[in-house]
Design a protein around this ligand. Structure first.
Ligand code: TZP
Ligand code: MG
Length: 225
């Protein structure tokens, strides 16, 4: 399955980000603004709530023809009919996830080093979430802040592999720095396919406009020869 990773929304239901907003409403607005992938990320809800919410989100994302991925939880992806999962280094291994999920399921992996990235590709990841690019209050327990130079090093290593893989950068990305992130991360023969964003959309006063603005900045990016 080919996925447009260009504007990848990662949800956050915590009061610090969502305030008293409604998760489904914010996700739908962001889809109207042009988000191309939605990852449901919820570290605190019980399994029952996760499944119910994932089903609701899936009903919305399907109307926009956008894949829904579930953070951490292969079981929730299966129960909700989501298109795939996003797994961290400490979550279920890709091989096991592949066995459990449908053959065309999308599996994304977080990578903060060349080694993690290369291993994930060798194990069959469809795309990588590369970061943490910049320090961010949204996730403070991040392993390492690698900057655009770190993202570039990983992209460069990936460009030498036989198998190609999708890539998004994550961490502290917003309208002010998105073009710089894409430009500075670009290795000679591989650039990012997109950016993953939490607060710059989820915490925006108007998530639709925020997504639209980001989308415009991403699609008008310079091409990298
Ligand atoms: N993984 C690495 S940084 C991060 C995640 C989930 C949070 C990014 O949030 P924001 O608000 O886009 O900086
Ligand atoms: Mg995880």
């Amino acid at each position: 399955m080919t996925v447009d990773l260009s504007l990848y929304l990662v949800t956050d239901s915590t009061p610090a980000i969502l305030g008293n907003g409604d998760l489904c409403k914010v996700v739908e607005e962001s889809l109207k603004g042009g988000v191309t992938v939605v990852q449901y990320r919820d570290k605190t809800s019980d399994t029952g709530v996760l499944v119910e919410t994932a089903k609701k989100l899936h009903a919305i994302t399907q109307r926009y023809n956008v894949p829904l991925l579930i953070n951490d939880r292969v079981d929730v992806a299966l129960a909700s009919g989501a298109e795939g999962v996003h797994l961290g280094q400490d979550d279920m291994d890709i091989g096991t996830a592949k066995k459990l999920l449908k053959e065309d399921a999308i599996i994304g992996i977080s990578a903060s080093s060349i080694e993690e990235a290369v291993t994930a590709v060798e194990n069959g990841a469809d795309y990588l979430g590369i970061g943490t690019t910049f320090a961010t209050p949204t996730k403070t327990n991040t392993k390492s802040i690698i900057g655009t130079a770190g993202v570039k090093k990983i992209l460069d290593a990936l460009s030498h592999l036989d198998r190609s893989v999708g890539t998004v950068a994550i961490g502290g990305i917003n309208t002010r720095n998105v073009q710089r992130v894409i430009y500075q991360s670009a290795a000679p023969t591989k650039h990012l396919d997109g950016v993953a964003i939490v607060s710059a959309i989820m915490a925006a006063e108007d998530p639709e406009s925020a997504a639209k603005e980001l989308k415009g900045l991403i699609t008008t990016r310079p091409t990298f020869a």
